[in-house]
Design a protein around this ligand. Structure first.
Ligand SMILES: Cc1cc2nc3c(=O)[nH]c(=O)nc-3n(C[C@H](O)[C@H](O)[C@H](O)COP(=O)(O)OP(=O)(O)OC[C@H]3O[C@@H](n4cnc5c(N)ncnc54)[C@H](O)[C@@H]3O)c2cc1C
Length: 399
């Protein structure tokens, strides 16, 4: 029987493992972290990601885990409201929804565990690849174990070890910022209506919303050209100083409850080649995504669907390594156009934010003239969101 080894039980690796194992393929999934809660997990899903979950037969599962729809998006510049857009943006469409990623991954794992051919090896990292006749033939774990495979899939995220060991180049797009991530107790305003607020004041910028598990989450943009000693800052005061008054008082009231922030470094880029014989990269390992407009999980789920479509026919035959390797190139060819386009749109969003960051006069003009030009800015923002919500290509699970 053909043996697949998948490295990384994030959204890419776990959903792909589940889809293949359900079709009777022998899958070993290796996850370094011993708990899904131990590392930061984003949680916003756009309609394209929700549609992928539907196709995987997991829609009902999402209703049973902590989740919360976004009700609206609202933008503040220099403490003035600029515009607001209600969700869902498409009539009859699904709203952007926050789902608890640890709970989602645990639920998908439950499904995978029901398949006889599935095995999870958790709490130990992959360190190296095994090679035979210039083809990847398995992996070596940190604890010294060696696991053979007819196909290895690297779904180990943006700092992928698999990518490095396979010597697959990552062409990075320079990023000007990292993210500091905070959690704090929510307020009545967010419980009544979960608005995703984007706030810009001076050169300070952050986004805030109520997460799927009921706490407030804040992503603070930490500019690389303006390094600060963020560990020493009074964050309740710093957030309050940038926020509109009603939100500032909440930050001050929660002074003692704001959790120490987590520094999340942003890596964005794409491998010109996602595969070598016997090995394929998927998800952030092949194309690390910016957090802007919540695209990475959505792209990961869509990668898993396209990979399943191409791999199943190849894996269901008695092991034919040449047929498997041909499928790897087909997967990259089908997924790459969407990734290129979505990363381009994300960079366009970043460029808009950079303009505001760099030009005080522009911030001042937009905030002052919002009553007059706010509707035009709103329309231009809305036009840019459509593809970021729906995706760029048709992705359909063919099993
Ligand atoms: C600040 C921030 C916020 C974000 N918010 C969102 C959001 O709201 N919505 C959205 O769609 N996207 C978001 N993203 C992007 C999203 O997190 C990623 O694009 C997505 O998680 C990629 O999924 P993945 O499965 O490919 O990789 P990952 O989610 O990174 O999973 C990789 C897995 O591999 C494991 N692993 C790593 N190395 C090894 C090893 N050597 N051996 C074994 N296992 C290993 C890791 O422990 C991890 O479980 C955000 C990103 C950032 C940085």
């Amino acid at each position: 029987m053909t043996q697949v080894v998948i490295i990384g039980a994030g959204p890419t690796g776990l959903t792909l493992a589940m889809l293949l194992a359900k079709q009777g393929i022998a899958v070993k999934l290796i996850e370094a972290s011993s708990s899904f809660r131990r590392i930061f997990r984003g949680e916003a899903l756009m309609p394209s990601g929700l549609e992928a979950i539907d196709q995987m037969g997991l829609a009902e599962l999402v209703t049973k885990i902590p989740h919360r729809a976004i009700d609206a998006w609202e933008f503040y510049i220099e403490s003035r409201p600029i515009f607001r857009v209600d969700e869902p943006m498409e009539s009859g469409g699904k709203p952007c929804t926050l789902i608890s990623q640890p709970a989602f991954l645990a639920a998908v794992l439950d499904r995978a565990n029901q398949c006889e051919q599935f095995e999870l090896i958790q709490g130990t990292a992959v360190r190296d690849l095994l090679w035979q006749n210039e083809r990847v033939s398995g992996v070596k774990l940190a604890d010294g174990r060696e696991i053979s495979a007819d196909l290895v899939i690297g779904a180990d995220g943006r700092n992928s070890i698999v990518r490095q060991q396979a010597q697959l180049e990552l062409v990075q797009v320079a990023q000007s910022f990292d993210i500091l991530w905070f959690k704090l107790p929510t307020s009545a305003a967010f419980q009544a209506e979960n608005v995703f607020y984007s706030v810009l004041r001076g050169q300070d910028a952050f986004g805030v919303f109520q997460g799927s598990e009921g706490n407030l989450q804040v992503g603070w943009s930490l500019h690389r050209d303006n390094p600060i000693e963020w560990q020493k800052i009074d964050w309740a005061e710093k957030l309050a100083a940038a926020a509109p008054d009603w939100l500032a008082s909440h930050f001050r009231a929660q002074k003692d409850s704001i959790e120490r922030p987590l520094l999340l470094s942003i890596v964005v880029g794409r491998c010109p080649q996602w595969h070598v014989p016997g090995l394929l990269l998927l998800g952030d390992a092949a194309h690390p995504m910016s957090p802007i407009r919540a695209q990475g999980i959505n792209m990961a789920l869509r990668d898993a669907i396209v990979a399943t479509n191409h791999l199943l026919p190849a894996l269901q035959q008695s092991p034919n390594l040449a047929v498997i390797d041909t499928a790897l190139a087909q997967i990259q060819a089908e997924r790459e156009p969407e990734i290129i386009e979505i990363q381009r749109l994300q960079q366009a969003e970043v460029a808009q934010a950079e303009l505001m960051h760099n030009y005080p006069i522009l911030r001042h003009a937009v905030s002052r003239l919002a009553p007059v030009i706010g509707s035009r800015i709103r329309k231009s923002w809305l036009d840019r969101q459509l593809q970021l919500r729906r995706g760029f290509t048709q992705v359909t699970l063919k099993i």
